[in-house]
Design a protein around this ligand. Structure first.
Ligand code: ATP
Ligand code: MG
Length: 482
């Protein structure tokens, strides 16, 4: 196979140098030349040469400045610096700035050729490495998405097809089925993976704070808005925005989200100027959005816009074939994490695990295996499954689990949320006291957020003393979310 010629750009103000190199290197190279730094940068960015020979001393901007600009522009060209006598002091700086080689004038064309081959070899290795890294990154994300049931193979297929597109994806499925993992894969397999993946849980932020959180606000937009603050959409610009629990987004904000999807712009709370963003949006929900549309809680135009592609993650009970692989994966994961010595589970234990229905889906199975590893004993599976079943029965006549409802970092009573394997607590005293604490923490966090964490003001609104507020903030581990 005939290889394309290597494209070489010579940036030097001395026409003799360009001429000697052009004559000597012709044949194997396609040679371009520029007489100064500015022209050089221009040619480099339009022609994207494989290699640049760059003189250090030139009128106008120096070779080192040109080098810095080329590297900043993320041009892939390898750069060889050319220097006159007595300029070797620039060697270190050039190499630090990313030059591949350094040649001192006067030079012999043969010598230049050797440096060129060496720079090209470096470039090839670098490209190979970056390619391998990309592949490895995508693969490790991929490997951790376990499942070879037909349903999961179909999901993987869709992920591969749509990851690197701008399509808005809606991920649906019960709690614990892997919606967040799928989001991370979509992001990491996309060309936005170099930028951030930002997540907002629409159910975890009080309705009246969600708008400011997502869209930001202008100074003075409301009491406590002491300064202009960009919202999450702005901060995530150029990346992917994951809107979790989209079914909980209040109706009033849905039209604003639609505008982001359709026009890629929005206005901050209290603002007048449109802010433009370039974002890929992924949403997830375990709610029945069609029903919400029927009840006029969700806009149908937004639904169709979000739904360009839907990925449905079936509950684990409908793809039990995946259980053995998942068990093996979680066992490996926790054995190496906790440095325990647990053999593979017996066939009977796996069979037993396959009989169960997992209301908490993969998350519940993962928690269960984690406990087996921690206690180094597969015999506890029976006990854990029994407990899981008790929780399931208790839940069937309990109201649905409330979302936490407050934008606070995890603290003590957050753990009051039922873990899939915990024993339900029927003590009236304890349950009431937990409920009171929950409400207290929720209210305090809400007020603190409203007044921008002005604790004095918050204590006045809450009608408690300043000291007692400080104590409660500490006790409940309420943290300011920045
Ligand atoms: N296919 C899978 N392979 C490996 N791990 C998985 C898979 N699906 C889910 N998990 C694991 O199960 C746990 C729950 O998954 P995830 O958080 O993605 O669920 P979710 O659908 O977002 O749940 P929720 O609706 O409650 O937020 C995570 O620890 C995740 O790593
Ligand atoms: Mg989730």
């Amino acid at each position: 196979m005939k290889q394309d010629k290597v494209k070489l750009l010579i940036i030097d103000d001395d026409p003799k140098v360009s001429w000697i190199l052009s004559e000597g290197l012709q044949g194997d190279f396609e040679i371009l030349s520029a007489r100064d730094g500015i022209e050089g940068i221009q040619v480099a960015s339009t022609e994207k040469p494989d290699l640049i020979l760059l003189d250090i001393k030139m009128p106008g901007i120096s070779g080192l400045e040109v080098l810095a600009k080329l590297k900043k522009a993320d041009l892939r060209s390898e750069v060889i610096m050319l220097s006159g006598h007595g300029e070797t002091k620039y060697v270190v700086e050039s190499i630090q700035q990313g030059a591949a080689e350094f040649i001192t004038k006067p030079f012999d064309v043969k010598e230049v050729e050797i440096h060129i081959q060496s720079a090209l070899e470096k470039s090839r290795l670098r490209q190979e490495l970056s390619h391998l890294k990309d592949e490895l990154k995508a693969k490790s994300q991929y490997d951790s998405f376990i499942g070879d049931s037909q349903a999961m193979l179909d999901v993987k297929n869709v992920i591969e097809q749509v990851a690197d597109s701008e399509l808005t994806v809606l991920i649906r499925g019960e709690s614990g089925t892997g919606k967040e993992i799928v989001t991370r894969m979509l992001h990491s397999l996309s060309s936005r993976s170099k930028n951030t993946l930002s997540k907002v849980n629409c159910a975890a932020i009080p309705r009246d704070l969600l708008e400011a959180e997502l869209f930001g606000y202008e100074k003075g937009a409301f009491t406590g808005a002491h300064r202009t603050k960009p919202g999450r959409f702005e901060v995530a610009n150029n990346g992917t925005m994951f809107l979790d629990e989209i079914g909980d987004m209040p109706l009033e904000l849905q039209s604003k989200l639609l505008q982001v999807l359709e026009q890629h712009e929005f206005v901050r709370v209290g603002g007048i100027n449109n802010i433009h963003v370039d974002l890929r949006i992924i949403c997830a929900t375990n709610k029945n959005l069609e029903e919400a549309i029927g009840n006029q809680l969700f806009r149908d135009d937004l639904f169709y816009r979000l739904n360009e592609i839907t990925i449905y993650l079936p509950p684990l009970r409908d793809r039990k074939d995946d259980i053995p692989l998942l068990v093996e994966h979680f066992l490996d994961k926790y054995v190496s994490l906790y440095k325990k010595n647990v053999p593979p589970l017996s066939r009977e234990a796996v069979a037993r695990l396959m009989e169960y229905d997992y209301p908490g889906n993969v998350r519940q199975l993962e928690n269960l295996i984690k406990q087996v590893v921690v206690r180094e004993d597969e015999k506890i599976i029976e006990e854990l499954l029994l407990r899981g079943r008790q929780i399931q029965t208790a839940r069937s006549y309990q109201p649905a689990r409330q979302p936490l409802g407050v934008p606070v970092a995890a603290g003590g009573i957050d753990n009051a949320e039922m873990s899939e394997n915990a024993e339900p607590d029927y003590s009236l005293k304890r349950r009431v006291s937990k409920a009171v604490s929950y409400e207290e923490k929720k209210l305090i966090a809400e007020v603190l957020n409203k007044v921008n964490w002005n604790r004095r003001k918050a204590s006045e609104i809450l009608e408690i003393s300043y000291r007692s507020l400080l104590y409660k903030i500490k006790d409940y581990r309420i943290n300011e979310i920045k």
